[in-house]
Design a protein around this ligand. Sequence first.
Ligand code: NAD
Length: 499
Amino acid sequence: MVSELTHFVHGKNVPGRTGRFGDVYDPNTGQVRARVPLADRAETEAVIADAAQAQVEWGSWSPQRRARVLLKFLQLVEPEREAIARALSAEHGKTVADAHGDLQRGLEVVEFAAGIPHLIKGEFTDNAGSGIDVHSLRQPLGVVAGITPFNFPAMIPLWKAAPALACGNAFILKPSERDPSVPLRLAELFHEAGLPPGVLNVVNGGKETVDTLLTDPRVAAVGFVGSTPIAEYVYSTATAHGKRAQCFGGAKNHMIVMPDADLDQVADALIGAGYGSAGERCMAISVAVPVGEETADALVAKLTERIAGLTVGASDDPDADFGPLVSRDALERVDSYVGLGVEEGAELVVDGRGHKVKGCEDGFFTGASLFDRVTPDMRVYQEEIFGPVLSVVRADDYEQALRLPSEHEYGNGVSIFTRDGDTARDFSQRVNTGMVGVNVPIPVPVAYHTFGGWKRSGFGDLNQHGPDSIRFYTRTKTVTSRWPSGVKEGAEFTIPVVR
Ligand code: NAD
């Protein structure tokens, strides 16, 4: 049975009014499981109006009272973890175990944001001039919006919602239309946790919905995560309309493998980071760069052996290492990139195309593919494939390996595997990329540090979560005060200076 999803506005599930819907698939079966309403401009404007009204009271709550709502939310999620993970897995196609990780990484940012009474404290200078004190305070922006991708339907909405709400903003979430059920459930739980109606609204939709959020003057800031062309569009449109924007885009993450690395450890790390979640992670490793022919030959042999042992199956199969891709379009795109790599002259060591899973013949499955001898002039190297395709680019030496991620147009994550501290340190210092792992394949920073890529992986100047998120979702007001003797002495006609 195909269910009909809703929006979540003013604390209630609200059916769509436009009569326009998007299909939400079960990627395991290839069947439509739900229809998601697509909001038009008028519907989205009503959601913004509701949020603007609700924000006034929410912004006046003490930070500690706001934190209590986040803490209660964490309690309410606890008994629902398994149900949320299963719902997430059924719409996205990642395994249930991986879906648990998606939720957990989001909850960690809620835990961070619950520290808001401390995080939002301003600065104070006593006696900045004679009888003058200066203090700065952080105030909420008002209504802020988050536009999120399909690939982390719990984590990324929570990365955006939790700090935005903790800072006293009303938050409007426009989740991916491909897997909106979990974001809707999370909004319901926030409401049950005591969030006043309208403070967190979820509006489903596509371009028209997004464009309304980007141009409406009542929206003060936009946080986006998705593909680079849309990130760039959202950034330029939002900023042209006077909004703050932070927009995170695509990636092509490299792993440098030095000859002194433990190659079994490297191969295990690459298999997990390259093929986990069917490669649909912005921090997936899609390029391995072994240094030296001997390292490369040994690495390709170890990868080939491990790929043969992988299980690609239904996302609720506990034995599956990874599940299907999110959509038929994604499947066709990934398979066509494998074909392109062959045309471009890369050596296809393992061809994952055409993988069938028994009982799920119409699912969006493709197996793990491995290319060797990929070169930087190939499109399979330059472009984000966003599927289970790992490319090996052989480097002659360390300097050549360092140049590859540094000169790539994307600069999200990168990692190096080595036993040499000096090489690791030099690499961390010099590589032109936002997040670096040293013997860590997927260096997603913990919640209290910040997450953000460089170059065409990120547009804007502040990162997600950690201290940057508090800066992004507040504006600083600085108060200079003097009591009251200066006034008694009469007006001053020269500019005040510190004496
Ligand atoms: P996407 O760009 O297709 O969609 C992201 C969001 O933008 C969705 O909510 C979608 O509805 C909306 N959107 C799509 N087309 C639009 C348009 N023309 N105008 C306005 N809004 C539009 O991305 P996706 O396929 O959902 O997600 C995968 C991409 O996200 C990959 O490129 C991946 O690397 C990237 N990603 C990046 C990060 C990061 O932190 N850098 C994290 C996760 C995913």
